[in-house]
Design a protein around this ligand. Structure first.
Ligand code: EPU
Length: 425
């Protein structure tokens, strides 16, 4: 087990370069199977989830080279449609190998996915969409056995704008026979990044980033190279950390237009923000202001992946805030941990709304991360708190934050990553 040890009340100041987006990387690392050729992926984050994707790719026969942040995958040697259970169960986005392998081999056997526990996290839309495209899918124990003589284009209307279902269907449609139209598609910037990658390998995709995506199936694809978009959630996390610690920061290699749902709220909390296309500067006020109402929504609304970090910040703000989570049904455990540090957050009985009375002081103690963003939020609370905070289950945070200890240390934080054995506990 790993944990972070943080001595709080330090001010974050300085500059950081933001790396590639996890949620763009993972679908792309499934889609590389399609082209039976080489894909060179630049700005690929060295995070735990990337290494799980590499594990899967190598197990099915891809040759992978990862040097610095450039990942080269040669998918010409894919020889099996069996996705190893262990790897599939480690992360939710392994489900994207369904669309990719149906497109590549017309079959795939894959365990039901694991990942952060944020509620039910169903995959019914992935399954029904792929069935509409001609796939046969049986559930056998905790495994999905999928095949299709030939995927065919179809018109699919998603009952909710699921990011993963949109990606899975887009990937599957690239080599399907005929046209696929996805209606009520997710519009997150990562969808557009995946489309750009697929178009680079010869796919015909129109409308990605809007609610309707048209994919015209093609027979042959080619090798490609791609630069992963900057991680807007990592950028947002460092902005909130700075905002909470009365700091100032310049972030480089960001797409500031993608950050508007986050920066607009930080401005409302009293931060001064200036931007160019790819850089953002934030200067924090002496104390953050509360936000009367914050509700997570699909893009371009306020992202659920920033909810926990904002809950941490609002727990220290001046006044009362109400935050409502609408995307996941169980993304609230960080609030209970922040309360252990002296926070005053009342979680509604349905676990969706946080009634937060900001406290001028939080106090260091031992807290536990239950998921990736919740873990990040606890680090932020630890940076603010008086005394020492230990954040357990650092493994969750390592799934999505590259070099977080080095980056925060460079900005002036006092944070260490420790490996603990059962004996130490
Ligand atoms: N849903 C269904 N049925 C489906 C698919 C989704 O009911 O078939 C529900 C889910 O249960 C959930 C909601 O729809 O309540 C949203 O799920 P979605 O499919 O949009 O999310 P995802 O693809 O599982 C991605 C990100 C998440 C991010 C969400 C929402 C990746 C690898 N993951 O997940 O990122 O929160 O979109 O923006 O792209 C994170 O980075 O910490 C993270 C959890």
């Amino acid at each position: 087990m790993k944990q972070y040890r943080i001595r709080g009340e330090t001010r974050l100041t300085g500059e950081l370069c933001v790396g590639g987006a996890k949620n763009a990387t993972l679908p792309i690392l499934a889609a590389v199977c399609l082209n039976e050729s080489e894909s060179i992926i630049h700005n690929c984050p060295r995070i735990a989830d990337t290494f799980v994707s590499i594990e899967i790719l190598e197990a099915i026969g891809c040759r992978v080279k990862f040097v610095g942040n450039t990942l080269t995958v040669d998918s010409s040697g894919v020889f099996t449609h069996e996705i190893p259970d262990d790897s599939a169960k480690k992360m939710r986005s392994s489900i994207l190998f369904m669309g990719a392998m149906l497109g590549r081999m017309q079959k795939v056997n894959i365990a039901l996915p694991g990942g952060c526990r944020l509620g039910e996290r169903a995959i019914d839309l992935h399954i029904s969409g792929l069935r509409t495209m001609g796939a046969t899918i049986h559930e056998c124990g905790d495994k999905l056995i999928c095949s299709a003589r030939k995927l065919r284009g179809a018109k699919i209307r998603l009952s909710m704008a699921s990011v993963g279902a949109t990606e899975n269907l887009m990937i599957a449609a690239v080599k399907a026979k005929g046209e696929t139209i996805i209606e009520n598609a997710a519009r997150e910037p990562e969808i557009l990044d995946l489309a750009r990658f697929l178009i680079g390998m010869g796919a015909e995709i129109y409308g990605a980033g809007t609610g309707t995506i048209l994919i015209k199936g093609v027979k042959k694809l080619k090798s490609t190279s791609h630069y992963i978009m900057p991680d807007r959630i990592v950028a947002g996390t460092y902005l909130v950390a700075t905002a909470m610690t009365e700091g100032n920061i310049k972030l480089k290699n960001v797409r500031t237009s993608d950050l508007i749902p986050i920066t607009s709220r930080l401005i409302g909390m009293g931060c001064k923000i200036s931007t160019t296309e790819n850089e953002i500067t934030l200067v924090a006020p002496p104390r953050l202001l509360a936000l009367p109402r914050l509700i997570t929504k699909i893009h371009p609304g306020f992202p659920t992946d920033m909810q926990a970090q904002f809950v941490a910040a609002l727990a220290t703000a001046n006044g009362r805030s109400l935050v409502t989570e609408t995307i996941f049904d169980s993304r609230y455990l960080h609030a209970e941990e922040i309360n252990r540090m002296g926070g005053d957050i009342v979680v509604s009985p349905d676990k969706q709304t946080f009634d937060i009375q900001g406290k001028e002081q939080l106090f260091g103690t031992t807290v536990t991360s239950h998921d990736l963003r919740g873990g990040a939020a606890l680090i932020l609370a630890g940076l603010y708190a008086e005394g020492e905070t230990i954040v357990r289950n650092a493994e969750y945070v390592e799934r999505g934050y590259e070099n977080i200890v080095d980056n925060l240390t460079r900005l002036g934080a006092d944070i260490r990553l420790e490996v603990v054995t059962l004996k130490d506990m």
